[in-house]
Design a protein around this ligand. Structure first.
Ligand code: NAP
Ligand code: MG
Length: 403
């Protein structure tokens, strides 16, 4: 069998613990036998991040800017326990945070739907992709506990020394205060990433805030979205046959619950935090959720939405049997390979990505799946397979499809 040839390398970001084990199994069994895999490899495993003083993370993000597409394995974000466990020089920042700040992107999360794992919401027939703005608002707040009576003011001092001043509240007793901000630059990037992703995936885009109450703050999000849409995207959306629409956040929530799915829901930071957990758990499982970082310049980084599955890794290290779900990591690879195929005009690569996804879903639909899915499936003949066993079952399916 001749292997599919690639022209441009994918940026490959290896990671930690159980997902690092999955990574190797996926490459060896599901990719390398079929593709002459061309990657530029960066080892983002915690040991190598420590060895390189985290330079490897920065290098991998810069390589992503150079080549345009990356695939990333889950990585440990160190806390104090990890600093001791790995004897780290320091408590490094989250690699995802570092990469996101270099690429300046928005994260899109979408559930992988398969027969036998039904969403809790009966009418959801297609996936709902959630786009969460990842900068500012309450996540970069300043708070004060007001001890007693007094006047609270909002003051902006411009670079030239001039002031804008508004009274927030005249307190006659104790209370609380909070200051939040965002920047036009960040909101504009968020908007552009959403419009780009909608065009790319040919799905409608919904955006919602509370601009009836927060007329200036949330109103500005709406103004920026509307004006970028009118200027840069309206014609392209009409040509593609997709729609952008704005509504109030409470109306959006009601519509989402009644919808059939199949659209992108763009949310402000807090709304996205809350709603992504609701949407992902209603669709079934974190292990069936993909995640892609899209920069406003149209650069893509694919990964699974879950972490390194530490508990399973410790079992694996003790030689115990594991049943870790590789589906989201497989779909990170297929997403990246398909995008590479599209950019480089290699249709076999796109077709292979489709087949590998189909082989994965067919395996689950035949009743062979990992333990996390056995617990929630509606299939009656479900059989729990081990980590490697499940990947080999997918390989059998793939071999019949590839011929
Ligand atoms: P986690 O790795 O997502 O796992 C939490 C639990 O969810 C697991 O113990 C497991 O439950 C279940 N689970 C998650 N993915 C699964 C899969 N593929 N197959 C089967 N079960 C799965 O979260 P964590 O244990 O809280 O975090 C571990 C490390 O991951 C941390 O160091 C954190 O910093 C890192 N992390 C990285 C990313 C990223 O790189 N994007 C994201 C989140 C967390 P059971 O044990 O009940 O089977
Ligand atoms: Mg959350």
């Amino acid at each position: 069998m001749t292997k599919i040839q690639m022209t441009t390398p994918l940026v490959e970001m290896d990671g930690d613990e159980m997902t690092r084990i999955l990574w190797k199994l996926i490459k060896e069994n599901l990719l390398e036998p079929y593709i002459d895999l061309k990657t530029e490899y960066y080892d983002l495993g915690l040991e190598n991040r420590d060895k390189t003083d985290d330079q490897v993370t920065i290098d991998s993000a810069n390589a992503t800017i150079k080549y345009g597409v990356a695939v990333k394995c889950a990585t440990i974000t160190p806390n104090q326990a990890r600093v001791e466990e790995y004897n780290l020089k320091k408590m490094y920042k989250s690699p995802n945070g570092t990469i996101r700040s270099i690429l300046d992107g928005t994260v899109f999360r979408a559930p992988i739907m398969v027969k036998g794992i039904e969403p809790c919401v009966r009418n959801w027939e297609k996936p709902i992709t959630l786009a969460r703005h990842a900068y500012g608002d309450v996540y970069k707040n300043v708070e004060i506990k007001v001890p007693g009576a007094g006047k609270a003011e909002l003051v902006f001092t411009a670079a030239d020394g001039s002031e804008v001043r508004e009274t927030i509240h005249e307190f006659d007793g104790a209370g609380i205060l909070q200051g939040v901000h965002n920047t036009d630059k960040s909101i504009e990037s968020f908007a552009k990433s959403c419009f780009e992703y909608a065009l790319d995936s040919k799905m409608d885009l919904w955006f919602a805030t509370k601009d009836t109450v927060s007329k200036t703050y949330d109103g500005h999000f709406r103004e920026i979205f509307d004006s970028i849409y009118e200027k840069e995207y309206k014609a392209k959306f009409e040509e593609t046959g997709i729609e952008y629409f704005y509504t109030l956040i409470d109306d959006a929530v009601a519509r989402v619950m009644k919808s059939k799915g199949g659209f992108i829901w763009a949310c402000k930071n807090y709304d996205g935090d809350v709603m992504s957990d609701m949407v992902s758990s209603a669709f079934g499982s974190l292990a069936m959720m993909t995640s892609v970082l899209v920069s406003p310049a149209g650069i893509y980084e694919y990964e699974a939405a879950h972490g390194t599955v530490q508990k399973h890794y410790y079992k694996y290290l003790k030689g115990e049997a594991t049943s870790t779900n590789p589906v989201a990591t497989i779909f990170a690879w297929t997403g990246a390979l398909r995008k590479r195929g599209e950019l480089d005009g290699i249709s076999e690569l796109c077709a292979f990505a489709d087949k590998l996804e189909k082989a994965t879903l067919t395996t689950i639909e035949s009743g062979r799946m990992t333990g996390d899915l056995v617990l929630i499936t509606s299939l009656e003949n479900a059989q729990k397979l081990g980590t490697e066993e499940f990947i080999l079952a997918i390989r059998d399916e793939l071999d019949t499809m590839v011929g």
